[in-house]
Ligand binder design. Structure first.
Ligand code: CTP
Ligand code: MG
Length: 241
């Protein structure tokens, strides 16, 4: 049995504000999706990567994964059309996995600087018997829960959450394949609607009532969402990993 990754790159990158889909945007000359795929390969624990991409951009992404491999490596890479939401894209990626895959890492292409050591940590935790594993960092801001805004737009605070028990979750998230498939099947009715769809796969597993386990995340597993994040990623490139 083997471990494979679903690399999600089917988003449009609206907040990044580039004319290309985010996965094709370059960081120091290398598209984010290629950087992310190479980072997964370096972990050394994967048999394949399934890349989900915008349906109208399949040809452009396939051109990057020449010969069906992660560029510069021997790791097989399959490019498939994603869906309207991240949840739908992951479901499409999981459906394209080979039969011998029993552990799945779901990773955002937008987290293209994720260290290999983090990938291995998540995979190892699943292999050790934790069926759903997420990497996460402590939260440094004070986080408040708010209610509906008044006419001016101001929001009333309803609660101050205990920061000590909060974690900001990253990817790759690792799963026993059967559990991930069951979670997506149970949550399938939410997949078509951005306001209902799960923003991470662990959320779908939690909805099944299964325990999700947290392992330490890494600052370099940050998600590139805005132009500021891309600028930060450029700075991190110059820093020793
Ligand atoms: N994603 C996906 N399919 C979608 C939407 C998002 O595979 N329908 C992927 C993105 O490509 C990204 C990851 O999920 O790697 C996290 O999503 P996000 O950072 O929100 O990326 P985008 O949806 O591309 O950005 P935006 O929300 O600003 O448009
Ligand atoms: Mg998005």
């Amino acid at each position: 049995m083997t471990t494979a990754a679903v690399l999600t790159a089917a988003g449009s990158g609206t907040r990044l504000g580039h004319r290309l889909p985010k996965g094709l945007v370059e960081l120091a000359g290398v598209p984010l999706v290629v950087r992310a795929a190479r980072g997964l390969e370096r972990a050394g624990c994967l048999s394949a990567v399934v890349v989900t991409v915008p349906p109208h951009e399949v040809a452009g992404f396939r051109a990057l994964f020449v010969g069906g491999r992660v560029p510069g490596t021997r790791l097989p890479a399959v490019v498939v059309p994603g869906g309207a939401t991240r949840q739908a894209s992951v479901a499409a990626g999981v459906a394209a996995l080979d039969d011998d895959v029993d552990v799945v890492l779901v990773h955002d292409a937008a987290r293209c600087l994720t260290p290999s050591e983090l990938v291995r940590r998540v995979e190892a935790a699943v292999r050790e018997g934790h069926r759903a594993v997420v990497p996460a960092l402590p939260v440094s801001d004070t986080v408040k829960q708010v209610g509906a805004p008044d006419a001016s737009g101001a929001e009333p605070v309803r609660a101050t959450l205990d920061r000590a028990v909060l974690r900001a979750v990253q990817t790759p998230q690792g799963f026993d394949r059967e559990l991930l498939e069951a979670a997506h099947a149970a949550g399938a009715s939410r997949a078509g609607d951005e306001t209902l769809a799960a923003t991470d796969d662990a959320g779908l597993v939690e909805a099944l009532g299964e325990t999700v386990w947290v392992v330490p995340g890494h600052e370099r597993a940050m998600k590139i969402t805005t132009p500021r994040d891309l600028a930060l990623a450029r700075l991190l490139l110059d820093e020793p990993a």
